[in-house]
Write a protein that binds this ligand. Sequence first.
Ligand code: PLP
Length: 525
Amino acid sequence: MRRFVSYRARNLISTTTTSSLLAAFRFLSTLQPSSSDSMGSDYSSTPVTRDTLNPKVLNCEYAVRGEIVTLAQKLQEEIKENPGSHPFDEILYCNIGNPQSLAQQPITFFREVLALCDHPAILDKSETQGLFSADAIERAFQILDQIPGRATGAYSHSQGIKGLRDTIASGIEARDGYPVDPNDLFLTDGASPAVHMMMQLLIRSENDGILCPIPQYPLYSASIALHGGTLVPYYLDEQTGWGLEISELEQQLKTAKSKGIDVRALVVINPGNPTGQVLGEANQREIVEFCKREGLVLLADEVYQENVYVPDKKFHSFKKVSRSMGYGEKDISLVSFQSVSKGFYGECGKRGGYMEVTGFSPEVREQIYKVASVNLCSNISGQILASLIMSPPKVGDESYVSFSAEKEGILSSLARRAKTLEDALNSLEGVTCNRAEGAMYLFPRINLPDKAIKAAEAAKTAPDAFYAKRLLNATGIVVVPGSGFRQVPGTWHFRCTILPQEEKIPAIVSRLTEFHEKFMNEFRG
Ligand SMILES: Cc1ncc(COP(=O)(O)O)c(C=O)c1O
């Protein structure tokens, strides 16, 4: 019977269920004493208190899902409960690189293959030929043949299914033109666990430092904090489009060494988050040379490799750049992170990715494998997707034309959205914004009036968080304050994604422009 409930009806049921659950939760919350209440919720006799928690956990911050987002969720609830209670009727989430949460559609070929792998019983049904493309069916058969037991519900090898690693290795070879050993690949639940794994392997104590760009994606500061290391900052140069200067790396390395820090690795995010710049090849060669000279592991975050929007820039992997300089396996230690979450596919919730680990001895590799095996394996759908993004349909495959149209549609729309938002931001008083050459973000600088800075101080908040909160309360637009990514002291920024649907961009621009004018009028001298 349930089988015949229509999609619309099911949606209605689930919305109704969710809202009744929320209502029940709200009702119960009014009955339950708050955590500071002495009745029944005095936790002082429980074995763990905030004071006895691991201080590394307390030190760790992750602004992308911080206070502003919590406020946004509260406002969303209020609008739902009481329409008209705010000067806007929806929350516009520009805070996180999560494309499908903002209505980006998944790539059909990828989902067809995933669906078939997850439910192989339909592969033999005659209707399947009409519903799925021939190359998706063929790919699903190939993939299932590579999975021990042909079951996506089984654990796999801790580095990931060997056949999928072979496919990914061929994809990287096709991208870079240099050989890849499938045994160098570790398939992971997105790039985040891979980054944590490398930090865990490299950081022995607070005397170990990791050179990180500032501004940076807070996964890095959070992971370094969680593993008890020291973040050694190097500042990207906003004046030159968030340029990465070797002289700055040298200076910061020297300063860190003078403080007794053993700097072990350099993190480079290319294309950059939150800064959106795409590194030039010559600059990448200098970076490789620097790591080699200084004996640093190069941690190359390349999750935005498909997101380049300007014709004068191109993505080059650090693996390709280092091999093109004649450096082989034993010359440079390099880890490249890739993810299914970004690009034009945006499959964040599927949690897939890999790291390619080169230039480490067999003894070290054994330890990396041991750490990976503690987690048993990454999820199999994520592994399949990682193989698909590195080996999409080719010319002549049935899906090729529709796949290319979907890909091109998403990437060209992202490029238009980036340009429209960049122009709008640059037209605001006291705001300057570098190009989003790649990735999914703009990171404008706001020259806030002194009065606004004083008001923020009085409110015990960072000036850019003060601006972001006012923006949210006035317009429903959610951005992340620059202080969450770190920035040159005394400068203020915010990060705004380019991901809201294209038809929503004009509303974002007009609400932001109106808010900014009012804000500046209120606080100007
Ligand atoms: C630069 C960068 N690296 C890594 C990640 C982690 O992504 P995931 O764990 O979803 O692969 C993100 C997510 O936004 C990112 O922006």
